[in-house]
Design a protein. Structure first.
Length: 114
């Protein structure tokens, strides 16, 4: 379950509280997971019987980590730690770096095999 916001959306307010966009995105993930857990018949009929809140994690993509202060980065890290069983928060630039690392690994693996 993925909730995608905008790279320009702020994660925290100037007072270090979660922004409205961030809170809304997290609530959307909670709602999706609740729905998946409650409407198993709907998912089963669509050949998705293994999706449930117990075995599915949510992902919120919002903002840019380059725009976060060190304090906000620490706060986000702690937030991810406390919500790790249900969902994770990532920024757009984090997703980009992770995908670049995957592409690099694939290229290295295919180069060494040839």
């Amino acid at each position: 379950m993925i909730e995608i916001e905008k790279p320009t959306d702020k994660i925290y307010t100037k007072k270090d509280n979660p922004s409205a966009k961030f809170s809304h995105a997290e609530q959307q993930i909670r709602n999706y997971l609740k729905w998946a857990n409650e409407d198993k018949e709907f998912l089963r009929k669509r050949d998705l019987p293994n999706i449930s809140a117990e075995n599915t994690k949510g992902l919120v993509i919002i903002g840019m980590s380059e725009n976060l202060t060190p304090k906000e980065k620490d706060k986000l890290k702690m937030h991810n730690f406390s919500s790790r069983s249900t969902h994770e928060i990532k920024t757009f630039d984090e997703i980009l770096v992770e995908n670049q690392q995957v592409i690099k690994s694939i290229r290295e693996a295919t180069t060494t095999k040839n």
